[in-house]
Structure formats: C-alpha cells, structure tokens
Design a protein around this ligand. Sequence first.
Ligand code: DGL
Length: 264
Amino acid sequence: MPHVPTILVFDSGLGGLTVFREIVKARPDAIYTYVADDAFFPYGHHTEGEIIARVVPLIGDLIAQHAPDLVVIACNTASTLVMEHLRAAYTVPFVGTVPAIKPACAISKTKRVSVLGTKGTVKREYTKTLIRDFAQGCDVTLVGAENLASLAEAALRGQSVSDASIAAEIAPCFLDGAAPTDTVVLACTHYPLLMEQLTRLAPWPVDWIDPAPAIARRVTALLGPAIDAPAPPPARIAFTSGRQPGPVLARGLEPFFGSTLPAA
Ligand code: DGL
C-alpha cells in the first residue's frame, strides 16, 4: 500500500496559505496541517536572533506533535535564516521559501527587477547572496515593505484596507527611465493574497513572480506525485495564539479549506 504523506505547512501568519494551496493542487491526496505563528506575527519586525530562537524549537514541538513526513516553511522572513538550523536539528525533510530572484532575472527584458519583501528578508545576507549569484546582469532593487504583510492579513480577516496604503508600499518597486522595472519578485508569501490590488494599483504592468508553484514542484520532487488513495481528512489549521477563527476569518479561509474548518 503506498504511503499517504502528512505535510506540515508553517508561516508567521496566513501568507503561507498561498503556498499551501499550490501544494494541495500538486498532492491532493496528502494529509495537511497548517500552522500560523500568529502569536509572534509579524516576523518582519523581529531581529534575526529572535526569529531563530522562536522558530527552531517551535518547529521541533510541531514535529513531535504532528509527525509530518515533510515540513514546508512557507515564509521568506524565516526561511532566509533558519533552514540550516532546522536541517541540523531535525531529520524530517524541509522545503523553504526564498526570494525567486533567479527566475525573475531570467525573464526580465528590461533587466530591471525589484524584490518586494519584509524589511527582514531584504536585509538578509542570504538574499544578497542570491542577487550576487543569480542577477544575470539585472539591476536588482530591494524593497522592504513595512506593513504589507499586515495589510494582507487584515484584508483576509475582512478588515478594510485602503488602496492608498497598498500603493504606497509598492511604489518603490517601480523605477522608470530608459529601462523601467518589468518584473517584481513577491518575496513574502502574504503578498499574493493581494494579487488583485497589486495588479490594479501598479503604475504600469509588470510580471509578479510568486514562488508557490515552484515550491509545490519541490514538494512532489521529494515526496513523489499524488497516489490513488481514498480522500484524505480535511486539512487542519492551528494558531499559536490558541485563537479560533471567528465567522469573518472562517469565510476568508474558505477558498483554502472549504466550508468546514477543523482545528489542528
Ligand atoms: N509571510 C512571511 C514571509 O514570507 C512574512 C510576514 C511577516 O512579517 O511575518 O516573509
């Protein structure tokens, strides 16, 4: 009997759902637990030391609790820091989420690319190394958004988020002149939650690079393709704050989990 894998998807909040939905498409047969570390959100406002000290033991606890076959860290702010610590501490395979600089630079025609991430992600040595290794002659601008992850989270929680606040966060991505920016890397998993607003509010059309499909491909490369198995139990979601989603958030989560929302 082929094994049905259990996959744990982790983020600081609800942004990792943009990765989760792609993984579910690739492995609809798997058993899923999604964990949002909302008690420590937003990671972008914490120091590197604080994030390592928070995430490494927390993932250890989650592995002990859920016994996953694979863990996806669906957060750039964490993955650009903790992957080697996690792999050193635990034997379960990990897939991280890091800025998609290589594919973005490969498709840019104007050779001007922006990387839109949290303040933490754009400061990381890891991100700077990706640019050194994979810019392929592109001029890469790092843009650290102060509040965009929180705005995405608020929108999903049914709060009103003004176009002006989103436009202000993305404005520094758009450099014009002889070679205007034509490609923007979504280097925070929260941002694809705002895709409609991003495309509508962009000063001109660009390619927005979402790494989620590539992460799903990495998951199937490690676990293999979907197998013919009975339908799995519904995916579960847990919040480290212990909070249960109210009716408005439950509606926001419906596209990801369906109408029943079992807690993990
Ligand atoms: N979703 C996270 C990421 O991909 C960050 C949001 C936060 O600041 O916690 O970077």
